[in-house]
Design a protein around this ligand. Structure first.
Ligand SMILES: CC(C)(COP(=O)(O)OP(=O)(O)OC[C@H]1O[C@@H](n2cnc3c(N)ncnc32)[C@H](O)[C@@H]1OP(=O)(O)O)[C@@H](O)C(=O)NCCC(=O)NCCS
Length: 280
C-alpha cells in the first residue's frame, strides 16, 4: 500500500522529490495513520495523519474535484479527534514531510484554498531558502562582525550546557537537539555558549538530484543575553563557509520565517509553506 502512496506522491509533488526511504522515514509509517481512496482496488488518493497533524493529502489528477480530498481530510480529523486532540495542524507533527502546505507545487499556488474550504485558518508563511556556495564570500559580507566570539563544533561534554541554551531559545527544539545526529556548531563567548545551530553536509530535503551536494543548516539560535550583536548571522555565515569547504554546492535552510534576515547572507527563497490550523 505504501508503494502506491509513494507513486501518487511522486506524480502529485514533482517539485518536492524525496527518495522512497526518506518518504517512509519522514512519514513515520509505523506510527502514522494512512487513509486511502480506491477505484477498483487501485489507490487513487491518500492522506496521512500523525497524532495531531495531517502530513500529506494527495489525489491523482484524474480523480480531483470529486470530493475525495475533502473526505480524506475528514477521516484524518476524525482520527485526530479520537486521539483526544482539539485541533489539527497541517504539515508539521510527529509524521511530516512538509512544515505546512507547499504553496508552489506543480504550478498550483492556490492549493491552500482547498484547506480553507475544509475549514483551516491561515497563521503565517514559512520559507525554504538556498545559497549557492560558489558565489559566497564570507569576508566580503556586509554584516556586523560580533566581537569576542569563536566557533567550534560541540562535543559530548557540551551536551548539558547546550540543552540549557536551547531551552532558553526554543523549548520545542530541546528534543531535536537531544536526538540530533548532525554536527552542532557553537558560538562561544568567554567560555559560554552564546549560539548554536545544526549543520549537516548531507542535508537538505527535496533537493532535485542534479548531482548537487546540498548541505543544510537548522535550528539556529542565539541565547537571549547575547542577542543584537550579530552572532546569529555571523554563525550562519561561518557554517556556510564550513559546508563549502566540505564540498557542498548549495546550503539549504528549511521552514524559517526570517527570510529578509537570511537574505543578508545571500540566501534566496526556493519554496513557501502556508501554515494552517483548524479547531475541532
Ligand atoms: C489538494 C488535493 C488533495 C484536493 O483533492 P480533491 O479531491 O480535488 O479535492 P475536493 O474535490 O475534495 O475539493 C474540496 C474543495 O476544495 C476546492 N479545491 C480543491 N483543490 C483546490 C485547489 N488546488 N485550488 C483551489 N481550490 C481547490 C474544490 O474546488 C472543492 O470546493 P467545493 O467544496 O466548493 O466544491 C489535490 O488537488 C491534490 O492531490 N493536489 C496535489 C497534492 C497537494 O498539493 N496536496 C496538498 C498538500 S499536502
Amino acid at each position: 500500500m505504501f508503494e502506491s502512496c509513494y507513486r501518487i506522491y511522486k506524480s502529485c509533488f514533482p517539485d518536492y522529490p524525496v527518495s522512497y526511504e526518506n518518504f517512509c522515514e519522514m512519514l513515520n509509517i509505523k506510527k502514522s495513520k494512512i487513509f486511502c481512496e480506491t477505484d477498483e482496488d487501485e489507490i487513487v488518493g491518500f492522506a496521512i495523519a500523525g497524532s495531531c497533524n495531517i502530513a500529506v493529502v494527495a489525489v491523482e489528477k484524474a480523480y480531483r474535484g470529486k470530493g475525495i480530498g475533502k473526505n480524506l481530510v475528514g477521516l484524518c480529523e476524525e482520527y485526530i479527534r479520537n486521539n483526544g486532540h482539539k485541533s489539527v495542524k497541517l504539515g508539521v507533527g510527529d509524521a511530516s514531510l512538509f512544515q505546512g502546505v507547499p504553496t508552489d507545487n506543480d504550478g498550483d499556488s492556490e492549493v491552500y484554498k482547498f484547506f480553507e474550504k475544509c475549514g483551516y485558518k491561515h497563521s503565517h508563511l514559512t520559507y525554504n531558502m538556498d545559497i549557492d556556495t560558489y558565489c559566497f564570500e564570507y569576508v566580503g559580507l556586509d554584516i556586523p562582525k560580533p566581537e569576542n566570539i569563536t566557533y567550534r563544533l560541540a562535543g559530548d561534554s557540551d551536551k548539558e550546557e547546550l540543552l540549557k541554551a536551547v531551552e532558553q531559545v526554543e523549548p520545542d527544539w530541546v528534543e531535536l537537539y537531544k536526538s540530533c545526529d548532525d554536527d552542532v556548531l557553537l558560538a562561544i563567548c568567554d567560555g559560554e555558549i552564546a549560539g548554536f545551530e545544526m549543520v549537516n553536509e548531507y542535508g537538505g530535503n527535496f533537493t532535485k538530484g542534479e548531482n548537487v551536494k546540498h548541505g543544510c543548516i537548522g535550528c539556529v539560535g542565539t541565547v537571549p543575553k547575547f542577542r543584537k550583536r550579530g552572532i546569529g548571522l555571523d554563525m550562519t555565515a561561518n557554517a556556510v563557509q564550513r559546508l563549502r569547504a566540505l564540498g557542498c554546492d548549495k546550503v539549504q535552510l528549511l521552514y524559517l520565517v526570517l527570510d529578509k534576515w537570511y537574505g543578508k547572507l545571500g540566501f534566496y527563497i526556493t519554496s513557501t509553506q502556508w501554515m494552517g490550523e483548524k479547531k475541532l
